[in-house]
Design a protein around this ligand. Structure first.
Ligand SMILES: Cc1cc2nc3c(=O)[nH]c(=O)nc-3n(C[C@H](O)[C@H](O)[C@H](O)COP(=O)(O)O)c2cc1C
Length: 438
């Protein structure tokens, strides 16, 4: 299939390939502002042009006008679910134009004032390609099997889990990152200072989560060992008395550790959520900053009730973010401290085990003729102990690394606050071309 034309040349016309796809320009950022029911109040010209509708057609209508029949109802169900709960959300959207063509975008939707705002850019990343396939399957199931929008939304979550995403927010963070960073690279914008640091923190926290999961798993596998030891010790009567009390202590310790590791896994989820929230905040801010820049430079034709009001709203939204979403960084910081505390506590428990480990080894050697399996159980406990200690060391190193990286984020925020680094540097197009100012 040959493409007749491939891009939007900013001349005010749009170009279509023979597959019907209207090419969105990589530089295009577009937005629409709606009231609380989704009625369009304002938009920019890029969006109007791609839609093929006149301003009169668009303003006062719902986006339903450009809804593409291939879009699963489950995706809109999810978008409205989040928005009505007062939460932002991101999604890939296929829209149709009045002329019968279509275009794909990555959109970020958020509650704004008493309505909603969406900011969008071209969808190009490998994540997008996979999502397109998932959407096709979901839509097929909706149309052929009568899958309800809610069930379709749940099926979307399952499909994303199969791709390795813990939840929808982690998918949105990755998709926004892929689209917005890919776009920045293509346009030669200066890279963000914060985002790569945050990506490293995320990686470290995922490792902490995985290591914590492994520890919990091995605790579960070993919890029967002290009980086994106790049963065997009691069979030996007086001879096994010392071993019986050692194994009772083991049981207490492993139970305490399981509780600690469960708390650890809750913290992992909390820190990962906060990191994703932070990433989404920073990325969406980059897009909004560009929309504001276009407004500032009066490069866009905007129409709608209160053109300047939407400009003001966009600006205030941007200002609200400040240099970076501090709230999530604070949560990350607190959670890392809590991790630290649990690691120290588990270490203490393990050092309690060390004494018992030596004692149980001595007892096992003494009782080897009575019951040779005691030695095997004691060896299992020893292996578990060694493994747990080395995992704790790894976890501790990742926590320290994350704390160091987080400090860099706080330093950047402070520099933005005291003016050493302009806030715009961090997320705006102009910033992309500026250097540090001091
Ligand atoms: C700010 C905002 C932007 C939206 N943008 C689009 C869009 O680009 N394309 C679209 O089909 N729906 C968009 N929607 C969702 C529509 O309101 C609508 O839910 C969707 O077209 C499906 O129609 P239905 O819910 O009546 O089935 C947007 C909603 C909001 C609040």
């Amino acid at each position: 299939m040959i493409d007749i034309d491939t891009h939007n040349d900013n001349s005010g016309t749009t170009h279509r390939s023979d597959s019907g796809e209207i090419q969105v320009g990589i530089e295009d950022v577009f937005f629409s502002l709606t009231d609380g029911r989704g009625v369009i109040k304002a938009s920019n010209d890029v969006f109007r042009r791609l839609s093929g509708h006149s301003w009169d057609d668009l303003i006062g209508s719902s986006h339903k006008k450009i809804r593409h029949p291939d879009m699963p109802a489950g995706v809109f169900h999810l978008i409205w679910d989040r928005l009505k709960a007062g939460e932002p959300v991101g999604a890939y959207i296929k829209n149709s134009s009045k002329t019968g063509g279509h275009f794909w975008i990555m959109s970020y939707f958020m509650p704004l004032g008493d309505g909603f705002l969406s900011v969008s850019c071209k969808a190009t990343s490998p994540i997008f390609v996979r999502i397109r396939d998932i959407y096709a399957r979901l839509r097929d199931a909706e149309l052929k099997q009568g899958l309800s929008p809610e069930a379709s939304m749940k099926a979307l979550h399952l499909e994303l889990r199969k791709l390795g995403y813990r939840d929808f927010a982690s998918f949105v963070a990755d998709a926004l990152n892929a689209e917005i960073m890919g776009r920045s690279d293509a346009l030669g914008h200066r890279a963000s200072l914060n985002l790569p640091i945050l990506a490293e923190i995320r990686e470290a926290c995922s490792e902490i989560d995985a290591l914590g999961g492994e520890m919990l798993h091995s605790y579960k596998a070993i919890t029967v060992a002290p009980t086994n030891l106790q049963v065997r010790a009691s069979r030996l009567g007086d001879l096994g008395q010392a071993l019986a009390s050692i194994s009772a202590n083991f049981t207490t310790l492993t139970t305490e550790m399981t509780a600690k590791m469960n708390a650890f896994s809750e913290l992992s989820q909390k820190v990962l959520n906060a990191v994703d929230e932070s990433r989404i905040g920073m990325l969406s801010k980059r897009l909004i900053a560009e929309a504001v820049r276009d407004f500032d430079a009066e490069q866009v034709e905007t129409v709608g009730e209160g053109e300047s009001a939407s400009h003001r709203l966009l600006r205030s939204e941007l200002a609200k973010y400040g240099g970076q979403p501090r709230g999530s960084s604070d949560v990350i910081k607190q959670t890392l401290h809590q991790f630290d505390k649990i690691v120290q506590e588990v270490r203490q428990l393990l050092s309690g085990l060390s004494v018992m480990r030596t004692m149980s080894q001595m007892e096992a050697a003494r009782l080897v003729d009575e019951d040779p399996s005691i030695e095997m159980i004691v060896n299992d406990l020893r292996a578990f102990h060694d493994e747990a200690l080395s995992r704790l060391d790894l976890i501790f190193a990742r926590i320290q690394f994350s704390e160091k990286q987080l400090q860099k984020l706080f330093d950047i925020a402070r520099m933005i606050e005291d003016g050493t680094l302009t806030a715009r540097n961090e997320f705006s197009f102009e910033g992309a071309q500026q250097d540090l100012v001091a």
